[in-house]
Design a protein around this ligand. Structure first.
Ligand code: FAD
Length: 469
């Protein structure tokens, strides 16, 4: 792909945050270049093909808010593909139940299944609804749950395990991060994209092209260059300098600060803050494709399964796997492709996978697949004989395809948000729209953060033009 010599904006990374930011800025008339180091768009929200199987990496479910975000910042047609997931199941030693993951159903379950009184449930929901991202709220998840459900580890498991499965949130993290995400889901349940991630990305690419965004794949940002006033002057992509007035980084926050800009370009106080930012944990996944003609009877769309006796966030990332989330993709997701696939996801840490020899690594991946097949047999009897494809991804895989440090699946933890939002105060012209904390990640969070950051960048460029006049 031939690059121009200069752009208004270079968006670095084709994750949902970068894609959405690029689309808004292109639509607003800026000359936008979107560079993606991988050969495919989507970042973590991606897919891959193996024979006739298409595997979705991160399409387990998202809140209904995604419909509005897609409609407003992409197209009504794209939003029209969002459909509700019918059934979410939990199966663990404390309880086994099925829910549509709405507030009404959760309220019923809390009262009739778990025996909580209705006033307490109401008060809990109203505390969550009152949580405001901009309020100074120091309450932790542990304190929140102790306040309403003291000593009820089973209730905490119901309320928190899906969020912990997703991103490793612990009981010691700010309750606000849990509360906002949980409330987003609770409004109307869990949703998915009919047609799959492949169709969504194809449609997004067409819209980006129509809005004049130039897309360059296999193009890695190596450096953001600054002028003598420490403002953005350009970027280096695969060794090639390109001039630009601003950069939107959708890459990992820490890479953006340390590698693409450089710590010398920031104040020591700011760098002190950056040094406190923790990466999130990573994931392992096992992808299973069924032989042609084989079926799975409906067992729910999303199944949170654990054999661990209690809810314990630390156990969810242990290399000794006891907990898995299964996403079951029936032919309805891609009506023109009569295929069944299952994706099992587990939380994981990079350190458990790095430094293995090639053969050790392959052996561990094989065990991950075998153990998953053993565990899944409980829900899909004879699964081993039904499949014709199995593959595993590890934190090493996630790192390779996204460049997130330690293969982090949700960027950085919550403290990254402040650093991310203040980047442009330190280096005018650099903005960040990448996963920082659970509120600004996940499909909805990442896309919405792309909107927020694009608006900030737009403001910067408008002032920049005004300055020049
Ligand atoms: C296993 C798993 C399951 C998940 N399931 C769900 C789910 O069910 N629901 C949900 O809402 N969320 C889910 N998520 C999370 C969700 O997919 C992510 O939070 C979201 O997609 C992140 O978007 P992002 O914009 O932050 O960018 P990312 O997806 O992190 O993408 C960043 C992009 O930037 C590119 N990049 C980085 N550095 C450079 C560089 N130097 N030059 C060029 N390109 C660069 C990367 O290659 C990548 O494409 C899941 C995540 C994982 C790992």
């Amino acid at each position: 792909m031939e690059l121009e010599t200069s752009y208004d904006v270079v968006v670095v990374g084709g994750g949902l945050g970068g894609l959405t930011a690029a689309n808004i800025l292109g639509r607003n008339g800026y000359r936008v270049l979107l560079v993606e180091q991988h050969f495919q768009l989507g970042g973590l929200a991606t897919y891959f093909r193996r024979g006739r199987h298409i595997f979705d990496v991160a399409l387990h479910g998202f809140p209904v808010g995604m419909k509005k975000t897609l409609r407003k910042y992409w197209s009504p047609e794209l939003a029209g593909h969002i459909v509700q997931v019918k059934s979410v199941r939990y199966d663990n030693p404390q309880f086994s139940l099925e829910t549509d993951f709405t507030e009404v159903d959760f309220t019923n379950k809390l009262i009739s299944y778990f025996g909580i009184d209705s006033e307490t449930v109401k008060a809990f929901y109203s505390e969550l609804a009152g949580m405001n991202f901009y309020d100074l709220n120091t309450m932790t998840n542990r304190e929140l749950f102790e306040k309403y459900f003291p000593g009820r580890n089973d209730v905490v498991r119901l309320l928190m395990e899906p969020i912990t499965y997703a991103n490793g949130s612990t009981l010691d993290e700010p309750a606000i991060t849990y509360g906002i995400v949980f409330s987003n889901f609770m409004s109307k349940g869990v949703y998915t994209f009919q047609g799959g991630t492949d169709l969504m990305l194809k449609m997004m690419k067409t819209i980006l092209n129509n809005n004049g965004v130039q897309i360059s794949l296999r193009s890695k940002l190596e450096k953001i260059t600054l002028d003598s006033n420490k403002r953005v002057s350009g970027v280096v992509i695969n060794g090639q300098p390109v001039k630009c007035r601003s950069v939107m980084s959708n890459g990992n926050l820490l890479n953006t600060v340390y590698d693409y800009i450089g710590r010398d370009c920031f104040s020591p106080e700011f760098i002190e803050k950056v040094e406190t930012v923790r990466l999130n944990n990573s994931s392992c996944q096992v992808y299973l494709g069924l032989k042609q003609g084989e079926k799975i009877d409906y067992i729910g769309d999303l199944l949170f399964s654990s054999s661990w006796p209690e809810f314990d966030p630390a156990r969810l990332i242990s290399s000794e796997v006891t907990s898995r989330t299964y996403s079951i993709y029936y032919p309805e997701i891609r009506p023109d492709n009569n295929d069944y696939t299952v994706v099992a996801s587990m939380n994981a840490t990079y350190h458990d996978w790095v430094g293995l020899s090639a053969s050790q690594y392959e052996d561990r991946k094989k065990s991950l697949i075998e153990d998953t097949l053993d565990a899944l047999d409980k829900y899909i009897p004879g699964i081993r004989d039904k499949i014709d494809y199995a593959e595993a991804a590890t934190p090493i895989t996630f790192k390779r395809y996204t460049l997130h440090g330690e293969g982090s699946s949700f960027g950085t933890k919550f403290e990254g948000l402040e650093v991310s939002m203040q980047l442009s105060e330190q280096v005018p012209g650099v903005f960040h729209a990448g996963s920082v904390g659970i509120i600004m990640s996940g499909w909805l969070g990442a896309a919405n953060y792309g909107v927020i950051a694009a608006n900030q960048l737009d403001k910067y460029l408008s002032f920049d033009i005004a300055d020049a006049k």
